[in-house]
Design a protein around this ligand. Structure first.
Ligand code: ADP
Ligand code: ZN
Ligand code: ZN
Length: 745
């Protein structure tokens, strides 16, 4: 049966899309009415004709059919930019499961009244040497913000105002003060016309290696031949992938095309952005979480109006409505942050491939540790694969030592530093080289439990273990709940209530004990609540204001520290203990990326991996920097278990205020799936079960998994379940769908 009803939105401004109106599709228009198409409809009491967009189709009416008006006409025009966005919203909804509204809000920019942003730039008025002196002066007076600006202006004669404001975290007042003092000049729009003299001119371009040239050439040749396709660049950290992206984008722009450059938020550092500004001047813009809604909207409008050619940003930049999209580049393609955590739970990689296909654009994925998904597809011939095995110039891959912590303990070393690591740290301190210590948890990792009875201290709202902080409080990292650490076990009264593994704070304390003279910086979720504090810490370390940087996953991203010659991973297997099918992959990625932080300058680097499981394949292959070895082992496991990417997996998460009701809905849905799919071969249904986190903020969580080789089969199951929930009208429960989830629930 054909779809007889169309949901139409009359105005597509983000804050208006909450209202969709249903219309009947007359027979003669049944072919032409599709999501994304513009239609004329009668509206309101007077049936005034209005133009709207079709956002969804359905077989059944939401109201009595006699009350539903009919679509009057389809507006005959090529699909507009907005229309294409709505098509994507519809695709998101159908592919990942969500409401139409949520899908539209994902894709459409937030529209907010706000004054037009002025385009400004900052020019220095004194010589580099004078500016340098002024920077020192400010530093001495502890005028840090001013010092940051002046330091940046030492190397660049002029910089975009927005870049300075956002990335150096400087207020407008500070810049005005510096202008008053005569150090710099802020120029506005009228002067901004001639970008020739802008930042990009001072760029020193490396001579591209043959590999880099070959990759750029092949991607563009495929594009010109009308087969844009998907390209995966597997290149070790620092091998020159970014130069490849820049080269491809540059050629695309020369052809009159535009580019979307996706970078995980955490890696969107000042240095990275500067490389793009230098190359593309004011034809590039950036979207990130520090922009206000109005500023974001502005960037989208500029893209639509053809004022910019390149947009840089995290996941959401994918929906930038360019007229002539030529390429979507996705750096660090394996990053978990490319998957949306809210409904629709889309993955930016799959969505990029879809958007590119609809626009005839290329996709370029890059990573030092490609996701199993991307590599699997490349080996199957769906993506083209390129390898970059070496770093340009003199910098070499580091030497890696694996240390068995069990053996350390047996031999009487109870410190969190193995003898090898301690010796190398000492050596670095004596040579004034830098060390990074990496711990893959934040706060005091692990949990507090009773050594006498095994009772674990848990959050009363979330069913996760609490972590201990230095001040003697216990924290829940999910909901923020805090309590004082009790003196005795609440279960048996024993006083032996203790934490297990070391957290970043303990590591810092341990360093102070062993190396009292060492200058230490600590970076974790607690010291970097804001983006500002994050970049501050990074630049302090880059300026060699510390010898040792201790941190969680966030230190392994993006930044280049040429003076770092030692990386220590304190407990490599912590992340293996997660009860999750991607734990091995995540561990391998973290270890490899951490190792890649060492020896990026001219001096060779060393890496120490401390672990309780030195023979786990994730650890072994990371130590050898052997991606392919790891891939072979991991994909065999996924094949055996039917996990993605070999098969697809749909997680159905049921959230319920009342435990029994959640359980019941889970059982009903499981039975329904089993009944509906009785004749589908190779389908596995697992559950329903209480989720690993059975309760979060007083909401009970149940989960059921369905696995099958064919994605469409799972989409059909999702549709069936969605329909079932709608009919059942279960008020106290919410159901969420997650395809090929990044974590198990
Ligand atoms: P990746 O993105 O793979 O981490 P980058 O493109 O950032 O690598 O390159 C790492 C460093 O090597 C950068 O400082 C970059 O300028 C430099 N570089 C890249 N390609 C070349 C080249 N062909 N010759 C010399 N230096 C290069
Ligand atoms: Zn106890
Ligand atoms: Zn909690």
């Amino acid at each position: 049966m054909t779809k007889q009803y169309a949901d139409v939105i009359i105005e597509i401004a983000h804050e208006k899309v909450d209202r969709v109106f249903q219309y009947r599709i007359p027979d003669e228009l049944s072919e032409a009415v599709k999501p994304g198409v513009q239609v004329r409809v009668p509206f309101g009491k007077g049936n005034q004709e209005k133009t709207g967009y079709v956002v969804d189709l359905s077989k059944e009416p939401d109201y009595p059919p006699e009350k539903i008006k009919a679509v009057s006409a389809v507006v005959e025009k090529a699909v507009s930019v907005e229309g294409r966005q709505i098509e994507i919203a519809y695709w998101l909804k159908s592919n990942y499961g969500s409401t139409t509204i949520a899908a539209l809000k994902t894709v459409l920019p937030v529209k907010q009244k706000q004054k037009q942003l002025e385009k400004k730039k900052v020019l220095r008025r004194l010589s580099a040497a004078e500016i340098a002196q002024a920077a020192c002066e400010c530093e001495r007076k502890h005028q840090r913000a001013k010092a940051r600006v002046l330091t940046a202006l030492q190397t660049e004669e002029e910089l975009p105002y927005e870049l300075i404001r956002q990335k150096l975290h400087v207020t407008a007042a500070t810049l005005q003060a510096l202008e008053k003092q005569g150090y710099l000049r802020i120029e506005r729009e009228a002067f901004y016309r001639n970008p020739v003299k802008a930042v990009d001119r001072s760029e020193v371009r490396p001579v591209l290696s043959q590999t880099q040239q070959r990759i750029i050439g092949e991607v563009l040749a495929d594009y010109r031949a009308g087969q844009p396709g998907v390209h995966l660049v597997h290149g070790v950290t620092g091998s020159g992938k970014t130069e490849v992206y820049l080269g491809i984008i540059e050629e695309m722009i020369a052809m009159g095309k535009q580019a979307i450059m996706l970078i995980p938020e955490i890696a969107l550092t000042y240095q990275t952005l500067l490389r793009f500004y230098k190359r593309f001047g004011d034809r590039v813009s950036v979207i990130n979480s520090s922009l206000s809604a109005g500023e974001k909207y502005d960037q989208i409008e500029r893209a639509k109006a053809g004022e910019i050619d390149v947009i840089i940003g995290p996941r959401s930049a994918l929906f930038t409505p360019f007229q002539n999209l030529g390429v979507i580049v996705m750096d660090e393609e394996h990053e978990g942050s490319y998957k949306s955590e809210t409904s629709p739970k889309y993955h930016a990689r799959e969505t990029a491939v879809e958007i590119a296909a609809r626009n005839g654009a290329s996709v370029v994925l890059g990573s030092a540790t490609p996701s199993l998904e991307a590599y699997y597809r490349a080996l199957q011939g769906h993506y083209k694969l390129y390898e970059m095995k070496e770093r340009p110039g003199v910098s070499m891959l580091p030497a890696v030592h694996t240390v068995d912590l069990r053996k350390e303990l047996r031999e009487g070393n109870r410190s969190i530093f193995s003898r090898k690591l301690a010796a190398l740290m000492e050596e670095r301190l004596s040579k004034s080289e830098q060390t990074i210590l990496f711990l893959n948890r934040r706060g005091y990792a692990g949990f507090i439990s009773c050594r006498a009875c095994g009772h674990v201290m848990k959050c009363p709202h979330c069913d996760v273990s609490l972590s201990e902080h230095n001040n003697g409080t216990l924290h829940c990292h999910y909901c923020g709940y805090q309590e004082r650490k009790p003196a005795k076990c609440p279960s048996c009264g024993s006083p032996y209530l203790m934490g297990f593994k070391a957290g970043t704070q303990q590591v810092e304390e341990a360093i102070h004990k062993v190396f009292p003279e060492a200058r230490v910086l600590r970076m974790d979720g607690d010291t970097t609540r804001t983006k500002e504090s994050y970049e501050k810490l990074l630049s302090a370390f880059a300026d060699e204001r510390a010898d040792i940087l201790v941190g969680t996953q966030m230190i392994v991203k993006g930044h280049d520290f040429p003076k770092v010659t030692l990386v220590g991973v304190l407990a490599a297997d912590l992340s293996l203990n997660q009860n999750d099918y991607r734990a091995g992959e995540r561990t391998f990625q973290l270890l490899t990326q951490a190792a890649g932080r060492a020896g990026r300058g001219e001096r060779p680097g060393e890496v120490v991996i401390q672990t309780y499981r030195p023979d786990h394949y994730s650890v072994v292959y990371a130590a050898r920097q052997d991606y392919k070895g790891f891939y072979r082992e991991e994909i065999a496991y996924r094949e055996l278990m039917g996990y993605p990417p070999v098969e697809h997996m749909l997680a159905v998460l049921i959230l319920s205020r009342v435990q029994e009701e959640g359980e019941r809905l889970g059982t009903e849905m499981t039975e329904l799936v089993k009944k509906e799919t009785a004749d589908v071969k190779g389908l596995r249904v697992i559950g329903p079960a209480e989720a690993a986190i059975g309760k979060l903020a007083d909401v009970y969580r149940h989960v059921l998994y369905v696995r099958h080789g064919d994605y469409r089969t799972l989409v059909k199951i999702k549709d069936t379940l969605e329909h079932y929930c709608k009919e059942r009208e279960s008020k106290n429960q919410t159901v969420q769908f997650d395809f090929d989830p990044m974590n198990t629930y």
